[in-house]
Design a protein around this ligand. Structure first.
Ligand code: HEC
Ligand code: HEC
Length: 294
């Protein structure tokens, strides 16, 4: 009696475990296939015809845009590759902002390739780039986009090869749950029309145009959130309802230039203020905009 009861229990435990294992395998298969489908999706985008200038005035304008759109913050001061979002060995996968010069380990890009990557977040293979915030620059005016490309494509070659990108099961699960915005091409309107020129002005509208670059860290609604990675500072709310809402314009400008808050606290380098070279009027526009974000 006893023995066969024990056997029955064991049998049921065995069946339950097997069922759980099968369910986990099925669930992961769904996660894998769904994410792989999105990663492999080919975007047949109509790449805009844009004439890239090569004069020094637009080159300097392009440098200013590159600095304030965060290109150096991720790709390094010489654009030779830098920030490791997922360092090799990370449980999520491997992703390092690559070398975007034409040196060894860098990229061979035509003007069309630059436009496709920056306007659409789509690489030469036609697939979405990973985690590269094209969705924050795809709306640049034609003139700014052209100046930016003039600058980035004329950087001296750097020889540096970053590790090959890879996404591991945990990374896939986060992508599947929409907790990790891996594929910027999914966030872009590929039929958008671009204005030819935007005249800088100290207005919330111009501030909004500049501030898309802050969204990657401070979140889409500028309300901040948890730290970007383990050990990092929490991301502050920079809308009207955060501390920024209580600061005077000049205090905000000081924070953006020096990282020093009105209460004397020094911001860490997790806030890339050292890379930003905004002019006073640009910061005033950003301030005017952030004060409107309720
Ligand atoms: C938040 C960090 C970040 C910022 C800011 C950033 N990039 Fe990237 N970029 C990346 C990552 C990560 C990749 C790797 C994408 C991949 O391999 O799929 C990348 C890839 C690229 C590529 C190569 C795409 C390819 O063909 O594989 C180019 C070109 C590029 N970035 C240009 C720029 C320019 C220009 C700027 C400034 C407007 C910029 N990036 C800003 C992170 C960033
Ligand atoms: C790479 C991520 C990143 C980007 C991009 C970024 N920030 Fe930040 N920012 C941070 C982090 C992290 C902090 C908090 C730093 C700390 O507490 O040491 C911060 C702090 C701030 C603060 C201080 C707020 C407070 O209440 O203390 C302001 C203001 C600010 N950022 C404005 C901006 C603006 C404006 C932009 C866009 C032009 C921007 N940031 C882009 C990461 C970022």
């Amino acid at each position: 009696m006893q023995k066969s009861f024990g056997k029955k229990v064991l049998k049921w435990i065995g069946i339950s475990l097997l069922t759980i294992v099968i369910l986990v395998v099925i669930l992961y298969a769904v996660v894998y296939l769904s994410t792989q489908n999105r990663i492999d999706k080919i975007y047949n985008v109509m790449v805009q015809n844009l004439t890239i200038p090569s004069d020094s005035l637009s080159y300097e304008k392009g440098r200013h845009i590159a600095q304030n759109r965060g290109c150096m913050g991720c790709h390094g001061a010489n654009l030779g590759g830098f920030e490791a979002f997922m360092p090799p060995g990370s449980p999520l996968g491997t992703l390092v902002a690559p070398n975007i010069t034409h040196g060894k380990g860098g990229i061979e890009y035509t003007d069309k390739d630059w436009i496709r990557t920056l306007r659409h977040g789509v690489n030469k293979e036609g697939k979405s780039v990973w985690f590269m915030p094209s969705h924050e620059v795809s709306h640049l005016s034609n003139q700014e986009m052209a100046a930016l490309i003039n600058f980035v494509k004329h950087q001296p070659p750097i020889d540096n090869t970053v590790p090959k990108k890879e996404i591991k099961p945990l990374g896939r699960i986060l992508v599947f749950l929409d907790k990790f915005p891996l594929l910027p091409a999914e966030q872009i309107d590929h039929n958008a029309k671009y204005v030819d020129e935007i005249i800088p002005s100290i207005t919330p509208e111009y501030g909004a145009y500049l501030s898309t670059t802050c969204q990657g860290c401070h979140s889409k609604n500028y309300k901040g959130g948890p730290p970007l990675g383990p050990g990092g500072p929490a991301i502050p709310n920079i809308s009207h309802t955060g501390d920024v809402g209580r600061w005077k314009e000049q205090e905000f400008i000081t924070v953006m230039r020096t990282g020093k808050r009105p209460d004397g606290k020094q911001l860490s380098d997790a806030m890339p203020y050292k890379y930003f070279t905004f002019k006073d009027d640009e910061l005033k526009a950003i301030y005017a905009f952030l004060h409107q974000v309720k």
